[in-house]
Design a binder for this molecule. Structure first.
Ligand SMILES: [Zn+2]
Length: 409
């Protein structure tokens, strides 16, 4: 109790100081905060009392800009805290719309927002949170074609994406533009964060020279994520960004912060600049942005396999064509939802269990979104199946276009 009392006393002292600053900042000719209005000083008083910040620091935040790539689990807390703190100009990049399965972790969206574009909604919410700042929505997918133009306009780049091609793209663009890349990622109960800045330390490629094999990568939809985890890691990105803007503290240059929520531990892994790094090393070979999906060996769709649309599949099932439906997802996904009378063989077991299937039967394979099942079709074709096709868009598209009773996850 004594400590609590002391803390409260300490806070009231600081509040008194803040009030004094408020008066000082409004005096004509005050060199440290001439652009801060009375409303702004009142709004930011609790952080302006920090000696490391003060009116000068607040002015610095107001003069700063940041681009948040991905208005999802990480991007929401990162952008909300930066907006609330008074970062003068914030850009939000996202091409997606809000889905119900986003709501457990992307907490500024509501039920009513499902189906609406994230970038526009996030920008609207940030503006209403803080009308003193400028928020710009970029309703696009960041790509090699647009990344340089978009990122060039902002001082700090915050990588809140969820895939490897985007991380390499953002890293390379930041190195080429000489900008910091504030990074975080999450997986189930784990999170990691670092700040890459080729002028002051290593870059993402120095830490991860090669992308992981595409088969080993699972996204949140498959691997799962505890909703609060991106909240923690996105908040760390906001702190890191503010430290860079203010020039205070020790940013995560050359340090990978690893958080584990089950043990509630933070660990740190130190890494160095790689002199042979292809983008920030002594003899760089990457001098412009490349095709990052190709670099990471991933494809958004598999053009080489034959596909059937959900509507055409429904027609065939209704016509009694005797199609074999093969589900290659994991058992827990099958429990969640499935197309009636489909057989479950998870992709990882398919090669071993291929003889459970009839090679001459007309077969349609599906998974969650069509990526795993495309690999399954390739595998079955190599095993001699001639009448096998992929369900375009997976059970997700089936749920959207054919059977609305199936939950979308
Ligand atoms: Zn590097």
């Amino acid at each position: 109790m004594v400590r609590v009392f002391h803390m409260r006393h300490f806070l009231s002292e600081l509040y008194y100081q803040a009030k004094s600053w408020k008066v000082a900042s409004l005096l004509p000719g005050n060199p440290t905060a001439e652009d801060l209005t009375q409303a702004e000083v009142e709004r930011y008083s609790r952080q302006m009392v920090l000696p490391e910040l003060g009116p000068k620091g607040q002015q610095r935040l107001k003069d700063s800009s940041a681009i948040v790539i991905g208005a999802g689990g990480l991007g929401i807390p990162a952008s909300v805290y930066l907006a609330a703190a008074g970062v003068g100009r914030i850009g939000v990049v996202d091409e997606d719309v809000v889905e119900k399965s986003n709501l457990h972790r992307q907490t500024i969206y509501t039920e009513k927002d499902v189906g609406r574009p994230k970038a526009l909604l996030a920008a609207e919410r940030l503006r209403s949170l803080n009308p003193h700042i400028v928020v710009e929505a970029h309703e696009v997918r960041l790509s090699s074609a647009n990344a340089m133009d978009i990122l060039r306009e902002y001082e700090t780049v915050i990588d809140c994406t969820d895939n490897f091609p985007a991380r390499y793209l953002i890293n390379d663009a930041c190195v080429l533009l000489g900008k910091p890349d504030v990074y975080a990622s999450i997986f189930r109960f784990d999170g990691q964060a670092s700040t890459f800045h080729s002028k002051r330390g290593p870059c993402y490629r120095c830490l991860f020279p090669e992308p992981p094999p595409p088969d080993s990568v699972q996204d949140c939809a498959v691997a799962g994520v505890l909703g609060v985890l991106p909240g923690i890691m996105g908040s760390i990105q906001a702190v890191e960004s503010m430290k860079l803007m203010l020039g205070v503290g020790d940013p995560l240059f050359g340090r990978l912060l690893v958080f584990n929520a089950t043990d509630m531990t933070f660990n740190e892994l130190r890494f160095k600049k790689n002199p042979d790094c292809p983008v920030c090393g002594q003899r760089p070979t990457v001098r412009e942005l490349v095709d990052y999906e190709e670099f990471c060996g991933v494809r958004r769709a598999a053009p080489s396999v034959e596909e059937v649309t959900p509507k055409d599949l429904k027609k065939k099932i209704d016509a009694g064509d005797g199609i074999v439906l093969l589900d290659v997802r994991e058992p827990f996904e099958y429990e969640l939802c499935r197309i009636e009378s489909s057989k479950l063989i998870p992709l990882g077991e398919l090669r071993r269990r291929v003889n459970e299937l009839d090679r001459s039967a007309e077969t349609v394979v599906y998974c969650h979104t069509g990526v795993r099942s495309a690999r399954a079709v390739e595998l079955l074709t190599s095993e001699g199946f001639r009448r096998v096709r992929n369900l375009k868009g997976g059970i997700r598209a089936w749920a959207e276009e054919v059977d609305q009773k199936i939950p979308i996850y």
